[in-house]
Design a protein around this ligand. Structure first.
Ligand code: CP
Length: 336
């Protein structure tokens, strides 16, 4: 498992997340998915949104299946919405407490997974600090087991990108006519990377990334985006503004002079938001640092869809888990 910079994982096989029929068996990355595959996931998500609005929020798609959540990095939204999604699909759910697991005694990630697989787990939802962790596991689990990437290092956060795309599609419709600005710590953000891939695949009119030079990946425009170092220019006439937090846990050394100066130059304030289109939506994957990248009145304001993103996360994760389970290989002697 190695990080190969912002461009992706070195040496990964083409579409390791697809089965022999080209269907999603794991969800590892947005890169490599087609326009129709993303739209199919968003369409299935819409059906689960309806289920989540009912008084009884339960369907049987994963009845009899076991889902294990393994989070080696902190999480509030992703971990809990994956758990809720699995339970609403009627799965049995194991939330592994990594800090009290035998990884603290030196057991490797792969050995841990193989032992859980021996307990007949059908799916692993994995967040890990190493870029490529989910790809690595997908290459080593049994054919009837699915891996879902809940964030790997600086590489990818595919379900976040899918819930972001669902939210944009719902509010704004056709991506071709949209200008989407992603603002903040682009360099360290797996969300930015997955969002950029998804927006490109969905043929977004203009994708902008806005950051100080120290937080902009080198050669970022090769990803099909326009780079802006001035916030006011970067969000002018945008339809969608996606704010990102400063990922200080991934910064070694001084990337910024101070949080106050960062907020002055790149914080989304009510005054600055007026530069975007009047009906622009404001998004943030969370956790948000109020007063650092976003003003409270904007985070809680009428253009914010931040909490709606969280709600949508449940339906997106239900859609992904339901789809990968249908597409995995049958376990010998059983149904799929
Ligand atoms: N958006 C997101 O990944 O949030 P958590 O780190 O709380 O899961």
């Amino acid at each position: 498992m190695t990080t190969s910079g912002y461009g992706g994982l070195a040496g990964k096989a083409p579409n390791p997340q697809l089965n022999a029929q080209g269907k999603l068996q794991h969800l590892l990355d947005i890169e490599g998915l087609s326009h129709s595959q993303i739209n199919e996931i968003l369409d299935v998500t819409a059906s689960f949104i309806d289920i989540n609005d009912q008084s009884v929020k339960k369907v049987g798609d994963l009845k009899g299946k076991t889902v294990a959540n393994l989070f080696f990095e902190a999480s509030t939204r992703t971990r809990t919405t994956f758990e809720l999604a699995a339970k609403r699909l009627s799965a049995d759910v194991l939330n592994i407490n990594v800090s009290t697991s035998s990884t603290t005694k030196g057991e490797s990630l792969l050995d841990m997974i193989k032992n859980l697989q021996a307990m007949q787990c059908d799916m692993f939802v994995v967040r890990h600090g190493d870029s490529g962790a989910a790809h690595f596991l997908a290459q080593h689990v049994a054919p009837h087991v699915s891996i879902v990437n809940a964030g790997d290092g600086q590489h990818a956060h595919p379900t976040q990108a899918l819930l972001d795309m669902f939210t944009i599609r719902k509010h704004k419709g056709d991506f071709c006519r949209l200008t989407v600005a992603i603002v903040g710590d682009i360099l360290h953000s797996r969300v930015a990377r997955s969002d950029i891939h998804a927006l490109n695949i969905l043929r977004t009119g203009e994708i902008r990334v806005v950051a100080p030079r120290s937080l902009m990946p080198p050669a970022v425009e090769a990803l099909g985006v326009k780079a802006f170092y001035d916030m006011d220019r970067g969000i002018r006439d945008a339809d969608v503004v996606i704010m990102l937090r400063l990922q200080k846990e991934r910064m070694q050394g001084a990337f910024l002079p101070s949080e106050q100066e960062y907020f002055h130059l790149y914080g989304l304030t009510r005054a600055r938001l007026q530069l975007a289109r009047r009906d622009a939506i404001v998004m943030h994957p969370g956790p948000a640092n109020r007063g650092v990248e976003i003003e409270s009145q904007v985070a809680d304001g009428p253009q914010s869809v931040i909490l709606e993103q969280v709600t949508t996360g449940i339906a997106v994760r239900m859609a992904v888990m339901s789809m990968v389970m249908k597409n995995r290989q049958a376990k010998s002697g059983t149904d799929a």
